[in-house]
Design a protein around this ligand. Structure first.
Ligand code: SF4
Length: 256
């Protein structure tokens, strides 16, 4: 109950932030109330972590012997999934796309509206920015990497996926990563990082530092949607991407 109330406040806080981004005045609330709403979102994660009876990243993956051995087989096994409530409003299940032999996998939190409509990950405004990072910054083709999300169906109103949705869906991501076996994972944004690293991960303080997911090096960085709101963070993301490129043996442009 506590987490549900906090989530409602968290969403109100996001709404106010979006209003500000559009240049609108925040609602006439006291400074204290506004501060509370803006902080509520980070509070949700603390509560989630406290309440979690199982690790935030579920480790109850099915018997390895029964796991699909290809992405196609995994996609077929997922079928018209109804394992969590996100299936109710989806247009498409957004499985992921790219090379099944990718050395680099990007992981975001979940599909947005354009992704839901098209069935492809990261094709909206934030996705176009990610594509620029891959193509112009890293000098790779988008099809050379793999791009997917923690949850495969769009959370309503682009809210963050909640714990039961993540727990239902994350085994699919775990299997994608196992099948692909990348050299590096790059998590995009707080939710993906917390799912792959742990609930205590603080994106603003800890992005850009190497972590690992099941022995695969993992570089947590900001979500491109964050860069659309805060373009000044682009330099930090570029520094993180350069570390990924270094690990992959890719040449970094001097003035990139
Ligand atoms: S989000 Fe994942 S678990 Fe939930 S319905 Fe979609 S595919 Fe299934």
């Amino acid at each position: 109950m506590e987490s549900e109330i906090s989530e409602i406040f968290g969403h109100l806080g996001k709404l106010i932030e979006a209003h500000r981004d559009m240049g609108l005045e925040p609602p006439p609330l006291s400074d204290e109330a506004l501060r509370y709403l803006e902080n509520a979102e980070s509070g949700i994660n603390t509560i989630r972590a406290k309440e979690a009876k199982v690790p935030y990243t579920p480790d109850g993956a099915p018997d390895r012997g029964e796991q699909p051995h290809s992405l196609e087989a995994l996609r077929a096994a997922i079928g018209e999934c109804k394992r969590c409530k996100l299936h109710k409003n989806r247009t498409s299940l957004v499985f992921g796309e790219g090379s099944p032999r990718a050395e680099l996998v990007f992981v975001g939190e979940g599909p947005g509206q354009e992704e839901d409509m098209s069935g492809r990950p990261f094709v909206g405004e934030a996705g176009r920015l990610l594509t620029k990072i891959i193509e112009n910054g890293m000098r790779l083709a988008r099809r050379e990497v793999y791009i997917c999300n923690v949850v495969k169906c769009r959370p309503p109103g682009n809210r963050d996926p909640v714990r039961d949705e993540i727990e239902a869906c994350i085994p699919f991501l775990q299997q994608q990563l196992r099948i692909i076996g990348p050299k590096v994972i790059c998590s995009l944004g707080r939710v993906a990082a917390q799912c792959l690293i742990g609930p205590g991960f603080k994106i603003t303080e800890e992005r850009g530092t190497w972590r690992s997911y099941e022995e695969t090096p993992l570089m947590p960085t900001y979500h491109p949607a964050y860069l659309l709101r805060y373009p000044s963070a682009k330099q930090q993301v570029w520094e993180d991407i350069k570390k990924v490129m270094g690990h992959l043996g890719l040449e970094v442009k001097k003035n990139g």
